[in-house]
Ligand binder design. Structure first.
Ligand code: SF4
Ligand code: SF4
Length: 454
């Protein structure tokens, strides 16, 4: 993220009146807008995974050192994607500009910038599509809502497509089911073609290819972290658990996001996983290679998402496990549930997941062979397989912020509430328009707020 952050006083001064500037005017003053954009991907990371045109550049530079034929590259990329993805073509054509999505995006609510309305964010790309790929646009140009693809328009794409966290809240309200996150994803794919991406996506992706996880933790560091967690757990509970790594022939491969063994408060989740598996006697293994469930490829391109997802499945094959259990990570689950089947699945070399403790068959995971820790735990509780004393949490007033991807992408709405209600007596829901499918993004999706998280 760039270095100038707004103060709390700045943040409450939000002007929702649209400016006088014509929306088609694309010029952005990146210097003035510091704090609203992320820094560019560094050449070393871009080169490592073969991103096109790795180079030194900065959003504040006038010259972004684009390849000479950058327009041709973008148009060919746009044509390819319109031909390949039917949903994208439909989303380009069917928006009626009803405005139902307009005030549903946290970026618009928090900035008042009309181009952060989902409808207008999509229009930044749609206007170029209209101008060059529709008869009306070719004949009537701007009268038909078409816009020339200029360097300023390309810079504007960079500015606004990296201000969308791909959370899909807006799509819940669209009567036509337009998924603006998918339009953002296409916008980012086009930017990639001319070497424009951000470092908080590019470097975690390069790390993941090099060491297996976004943080670049090497296998011995991963082992140290897991061993440390086992020691910590023993200090707290007096019980020595085992946390096997790379154990061939284990029944289950357990995959977590690297945040769980790197930072608070995620680390407490890791302690909970290890304690739970010890208590129920689960035959599982971590992997020092698939040491990352998260998939920053989702924020880069379909191709990159597929490459990173493949790592988990290759490791499951190598270790010979029956199925995969996954910790909590939004983009990991979005990739799994929305894209895995057509990208790399079905994973026929594994078995349909069955809980070895309760015998429950997870039919929803028949194809992906991967079960969410929350559904696995809810099932254990339902079958009285773990002893819980709710009153030990009586000092807490608890609420739950649904994570965008598990809630909207995989319908994981009731299981977390079931688990919470089983472990505490004072659970309170937040207002209706902020929970379940309507949950707001925490703000750090799509690789945007990662640095602030830590
Ligand atoms: S709600 Fe759907 S149809 Fe209406 S403006 Fe938004 S994207 Fe377009
Ligand atoms: S997907 Fe989320 S961040 Fe992107 S435009 Fe829609 S509401 Fe905003």
């Amino acid at each position: 993220m760039s270095d100038k952050k707004p103060t709390p006083a700045d943040l409450i001064q939000i002007d929702f009146n649209p400016g006088k500037k014509d929306w088609m005017d694309a010029k952005i003053d990146f210097e003035k807008k510091r704090g609203n954009w992320n820094y560019q991907v560094i050449p070393k990371s871009a080169e490592y995974v073969g991103m096109p045109y790795p180079r030194k550049w900065s959003p504040v530079d006038e010259d972004w050192k684009l390849p000479d034929n950058w327009q041709k590259i973008i148009f060919e990329g746009l044509r390819d994607r319109l031909d390949k993805y039917r949903s994208f073509k439909i989303f380009m054509d069917i928006c009626v500009r009803c405005g139902a999505c307009a005030d549903k995006c946290h970026f618009f609510i928090g900035s008042g910038d009309p181009k952060n309305m989902p409808v207008l964010r999509a229009e930044l790309l749609r206007s170029v599509y209209r101008n060059n790929f529709t008869a009306a646009g070719k004949i009537f140009g701007s009268l038909a809502g078409g816009r020339e693809l200029t360097v300023d328009v390309l810079k504007e794409w960079f500015f606004y497509f990296f201000q969308c966290t791909e959370c899909r809240r807006c799509s819940v309200f669209c009567p036509y089911g337009i998924d603006t996150a998918e339009i953002t994803m296409m916008g980012r794919e086009l930017l990639n073609l001319v070497g424009l991406n951000i470092d908080w996506i590019g470097t975690p992706i390069a790390n993941c290819h090099r060491t297996g996880n976004h943080l670049g933790v090497q296998p011995h560091g991963f082992k140290d972290s897991i061993d440390f967690a086992v020691d910590d757990l023993e200090d707290i509970t007096g019980i020595r658990a085992e946390a096997p790594i790379n154990k061939k022939g284990a029944e289950i491969l357990f995959v977590i996001p690297s945040a769980d063994y790197f930072g608070d408060p995620h680390y407490f989740g890791l302690l909970g996983y290890i304690a739970l598996f010890h208590e129920i006697g689960l035959d599982y293994t971590f992997s020092a290679y698939a040491s990352e469930g998260g998939n920053f490829g989702l924020f880069h391109s379909n191709e990159m998402m597929k490459r990173l997802n493949g790592k988990i499945y290759n490791e499951a094959k190598r270790l010979g496990v029956k199925w995969i259990l996954g910790g909590e990570c939004g983009h990991m689950w979005r990739v799994l549930h929305q894209y895995m089947d057509t990208m790399s699945g079905p994973a026929d070399f594994m078995e349909e997941p069955v809980s070895p403790i309760t015998g429950t068959k997870f039919e929803n995971s028949k194809s992906t062979k991967m079960v969410h820790i929350c559904e696995f735990t809810a099932d254990l509780i339902k079958h009285n397989k773990i002893k819980l004393d709710k009153s030990r949490n009586d000092q807490w007033r608890v609420t739950y912020h649904d994570s965008c991807n598990p809630a909207r992408a995989m319908g994981l709405l009731d299981e977390p509430r079931y688990v919470i209600n089983s472990v505490c007596n004072h659970f309170f829901e937040m207002p209706e328009d902020t929970i379940r499918e309507q949950t707001f993004c925490c703000g750090s999706g799509a690789g945007i707020g990662t640095d602030e998280n830590f």
